[in-house]
Design a protein around this ligand. Structure first.
Ligand code: ADP
Length: 182
């Protein structure tokens, strides 16, 4: 696809280990195979560079999400499909990002990767749930820190009992439905 491709930000919000990153990379593969330009803004990488020095207070989490939203919009407004697998626990932070996209006329989709906390804590990809349970860390989203689930996401993905491919296909179908992918 050419440089005139329609950009969009697809924000995957959900608890740690919900499957956000896994689904984002599966979707990225598909979109690239279709000829789209794609970037995945990985939360850990962002915290190492763009948001170095920020912690996990409400204010810092908000700032982190606004920075990512700013970069996502810049890329999306230049024809890139930007996939953002980042927790973004606060509804007002997410709404601010959506608002910035709307103001710029840039497509924005919110996807709730809605895996129950019990399933996430069993997966525990980064060992965070175990560390929280052992008292080694505090402020884990969904356990002892808030997660405000989206009330009206563009798509809600249940991952338990479904394959990663299923979820990527559902997400790609949403992009097609919204005229953002062929
Ligand atoms: P997050 O980015 O939300 O913290 P990850 O994608 O890093 O979560 O980890 C999710 C884990 O759950 C991975 O090990 C993945 O293989 C597993 N998993 C099992 N089923 C699914 C599914 N249907 N969709 C996404 N991930 C799944």
């Amino acid at each position: 696809m050419s440089g005139t491709d329609t950009g969009a930000t697809v924000w995957l919000t959900g608890l740690p280990s919900a499957g956000k990153t896994t689904i984002a990379f599966a979707l990225a593969d598909r979109l690239r195979a279709d000829g789209h330009q794609v970037e995945v803004l990985d939360g850990d990488e962002i915290r190492e560079f763009l948001s170095a020095g920020l912690g996990f207070t409400r204010e810092d989490r908000h700032t982190n999400v606004q920075r990512i939203g700013f970069v996502a919009e810049l890329l999306a407004s230049n024809g890139v499909k930007v996939l953002v697998p980042v927790i973004a626990p606060y509804a007002d932070s997410r709404e601010a990002v959506r608002g910035r996209h709307q103001k710029q006329g840039t497509a924005y989709l919110e996807v709730h990767v809605a895996t129950p906390v019990e399933v996430c804590s069993e997966r525990d990809v980064k060992g965070l749930y175990a560390k929280q349970a052992a008292g080694e860390i505090t402020g884990l989203t969904g356990v002892d820190d808030p997660y405000e689930a989206p009330m009206a996401p563009d798509l809600r993905i249940e991952t338990q009992g479904r394959t990663v491919e299923d979820s990527a296909v559902a997400l790609r179908a949403l992009l097609v439905e919204r005229g953002l992918a062929a």
